[in-house]
Design a protein around this ligand. Sequence first.
Ligand code: ADP
Ligand code: ADP
Ligand code: MG
Length: 444
Amino acid sequence: MFSKILIANRGEIAVRIIRACKEMGISTVAVFSEADREALHVSLADESICIGPAPAKDSYLSLSAVLSAAVVSGAGAIHPGYGLLSENARFAELCASCGITFIGPSPEVLARMGDKDEARRTMQIAGVPVIPGSGVINTLEEALAEAGKIGYPLLIKARAGGGGRGIRLVEAPEEFERAFLNASAEAKSAFGDGKMYLEKYLTPVKHVEMQLLCDSHGNAVCLGERECSIQRKNQKLIEESPSPAVDGTLRASLMEVCLKAVKAVNYVNAGTIEFLLDQSGNFYFMEMNTRLQVEHPVTEMVTGIDLVKWQIRVAAGLPLTFTQSDTALRGHAIECRINAENPSLGFRPSCGRVTLLHVPGGPWVRLDTALYQDYFIPPFYDSMIAKLIVHAKTREEALRKMQAALCELVIEGVDHNGELQMEILSDEAFLSGGYTTDFLAKRG
Ligand code: ADP
Ligand code: ADP
Ligand code: MG
């Protein structure tokens, strides 16, 4: 087992990982930008190293700054969290060449699944149903021809996309050219890769994803599904497990397909396969996220398995000590993402000092956050400031618990989406469980 781990991230996920390390008796190294001197992850870690100026590209995304910090501090492994360097194959490769374990899958798998076009082809070969669409497109002429074959509405997607960016919906042929050039330019500037592909736009659909955990000894388990259809701008807002739309039979077929998929790519560590589920119960592969996911706590609550600790154990070469038949989903868990943003101003991000903070508590209520009273939320990073997670025996009980917890949560000094979350939680379509990814857009 590692004696020291560097956490190459910030915010709630850095805090989450430090906690797991502490419980495992592993010492921790935090890295931070100049804007994050006062951040909670810095004070919780055993050691901390400043790795550069505020912009993420000069600090948290700097391969050399993060690696140097790991080498200097003598860390045996790096946990990348989510976002930032977590899916960067080059970074994972460099870690290996420095003799440092990257806590995640191999660089080869990161590269293969990070290219969403190659991931689609790989999954198709492994027998996983994928969304009808094209391969990577090189010219506008080719794109128009492919679009004609797929039919409208369709989505233009970036091969290197992530975080809901680089996606364009095209409803009619006359909109295509503009959208295509636009999306490609956006992808080029966001991901350094303007290559695009097309997918049939499926609607109405649910976003249902499967959590996988695989060790380096050939053991793989699927830890059930998460329902993530409440989204704004293709980014998740509320997640629950189990999904109200997945019964035992559907779950069994999703699991079977996912276990085939991870075997096909020799997957090691935690990973998530995202699907779209249509009204007839057909499911289609969308992408694989080769890392810990923001919404992993709902799976932890219903399985009792600490995913971060298992990521660390698996990276250290330990085998899983449970099998598929030992893992059952117990009760129901829901997560609400609390973002510092104003929903009535087009989700405009908010930053500033937290002048008052009151955190909800009670049995089976969990708040993952890096906030504290008087903390200054800097303007440079992601707007998600907390995740409120509850667990109960039934979905109804979990919903009531979430409503009570949200009522209790007080964050003053910045705008946040707590009220919108409350409204969603009392919406008929949400309560019915039949909601689809167009839920927020339809609400207006
Ligand atoms: P999840 O399904 O775990 O919510 P997301 O795809 O929304 O995953 O991404 C998690 C985090 O990583 C978000 O903060 C998102 O903004 C960021 N992220 C994901 N992919 C990228 C990317 N390619 N470039 C920059 N940030 C990304
Ligand atoms: P990202 O890498 O940014 O997470 P995804 O490919 O996972 O991108 O898509 C993000 C979201 O966009 C999905 O959760 C879903 O709501 C929507 N979406 C993606 N592909 C399709 C599709 N073919 N049809 C309908 N909705 C889609
Ligand atoms: Mg996705």
